[in-house]
Ligand binder design. Sequence first.
Ligand SMILES: *[C@@H]1O[C@H](CO)[C@@H](O)[C@H](O)[C@H]1NC(C)=O
Ligand SMILES: *[C@@H]1O[C@H](CO)[C@@H](O)[C@H](O)[C@H]1NC(C)=O
Ligand SMILES: *[C@@H]1O[C@H](CO)[C@@H](O)[C@H](O)[C@H]1NC(C)=O
Ligand SMILES: *[C@@H]1O[C@H](CO)[C@@H](O)[C@H](O)[C@H]1NC(C)=O
Ligand SMILES: *[C@@H]1O[C@H](CO)[C@@H](O)[C@H](O)[C@H]1NC(C)=O
Length: 435
Amino acid sequence: MRIKYTISLVFFVALVIIEMENNIISRVSDKLALKQTPQTPLQPSGLTHILPKHNASFTKLSKTNSAFSLIKRRLENYSQHKEVVMRGRKHILLLATTRTGSSFVGEFFNQQGDNMFFLFEPLWHVEKMLTLETGGTNATASAKAYRDVLQQLFLCDFSLLESFIEPLPVNHITTGLFRRESSSSLCQESVCSPVIKGVFERYRCRTRRCGPLNLTMASESCLQKEHRAIKSVRVRQLENLRPLAEDPRLDVKFIQLVRDPRAVLASRMVAFAAKYKNWKQWAIDGEVPIDDDEVRKLKWNCDNIKLSAEIGLRQPAWLRRRYMLVRYEDIARFPMRKATEMYRFVGIPFTPQVKSWILRNTQASKETSGVYSTQKNSSEQVEKWRFSLPFKIARVVQKVCGPTLKLFGYKFVSSEEMLTDKSISLIEDKVFNFV
Ligand SMILES: *[C@@H]1O[C@H](CO)[C@@H](O)[C@H](O)[C@H]1NC(C)=O
Ligand SMILES: *[C@@H]1O[C@H](CO)[C@@H](O)[C@H](O)[C@H]1NC(C)=O
Ligand SMILES: *[C@@H]1O[C@H](CO)[C@@H](O)[C@H](O)[C@H]1NC(C)=O
Ligand SMILES: *[C@@H]1O[C@H](CO)[C@@H](O)[C@H](O)[C@H]1NC(C)=O
Ligand SMILES: *[C@@H]1O[C@H](CO)[C@@H](O)[C@H](O)[C@H]1NC(C)=O
């Protein structure tokens, strides 16, 4: 009886010891995994200390080289896995052009909660500084600057961005960060320094009273967050961002947001009236000079968007599982469904905060009951442009942006009547291949 008892006790103690050792092992390998990038093979010398000494079969195995390398590979697999789990950190880049609803979609990530560091149009500063006297930018130079700044920001390093901020920040303090208040991360307690009397801030926080932005504090806060997201309407070519996708320190997810170019033009003619006064004139005259610079610009924009999307949809190795195409029209009609899809694609949980923000800012309540019914009102909003854009202008857009419309599933109109016929939807149901 007593022997039986002793054996059980010994067995129990042994189990406890094994369990403790296992804990130590996993902690040690966690540390190892932290120090090593997934690409770096673990050093065999480091391994001998970590491998389970209590596993007799291992002791035998380790005597042969082949067995040793097998275990080494297993451990590599294990630490790679750990690395991913531990890092689980996502870097989301929302790519769009103006008037495509990118501010709205940006909120899906800005509202995520305490796990997300969100930046709203940081590249505004870069574009501004690189704008030439002609009003344009050197595409090569700005593409490189955009990429480098984005890469640093995803690593919570603001130094390159700082060099583009005017006036230049002093001791990493700035009063002029564009739309600071649109990044909830930059108005949090931890990034809020005391107000300085008499210092005016154009882009001051709305949720609390904060002094000038201390970018060192912003960087520290960024490092604490699990995920990072940036919205930008300035990147022209997805391909230019390839180094970000291939950076082992990052796990970048690109979300490209597109919208019917006819609707975009209609919206820009209202929002940027001064810049689009030629278009407004043509809308009145009813004639568009097809060889005009403005028309060429429109074509150039459409071609860029199409080219980026084509690369994304083709899913080359460097973009595999990293690219998602979303149409503004689908988000406007099914915000909850699309937001859920985007979160699933990115690989992070869809939080109640985002859900309630969407509910408060759309009429998606019906959708949440699982019906995913089309919101008549949202559809109306989405197609409102059809009553403000003259057919002649729509036809010009169709002519220069034809392949882009086709790729994204926007129906061509052949007459004024068709343009304004509400019973004909111009949005084809289209599923884009991703994930
Ligand atoms: C010991 O190693 C063998 C062979 O690698 C494995 O099948 C077994 O699960 C290990 N036991 C423990 C307790 O780790
Ligand atoms: C390591 O993982 C890869 C794929 O995840 C698998 O094919 C391979 O067999 C694993 N190697 C070992 C030694 O477990
Ligand atoms: C644009 O910038 C690149 C790189 O900075 C430079 O080599 C090129 O000459 C510039 N092109 C023009 C037209 O200024
Ligand atoms: C900015 O924040 C950093 C880090 O919290 C701090 O060390 C530094 O003193 C702050 N700068 C100023 C001018 O307050
Ligand atoms: C759309 O919304 C407006 C006000 O929000 C309402 O008056 C109108 O009846 C709605 N239309 C449809 C088709 O639901």
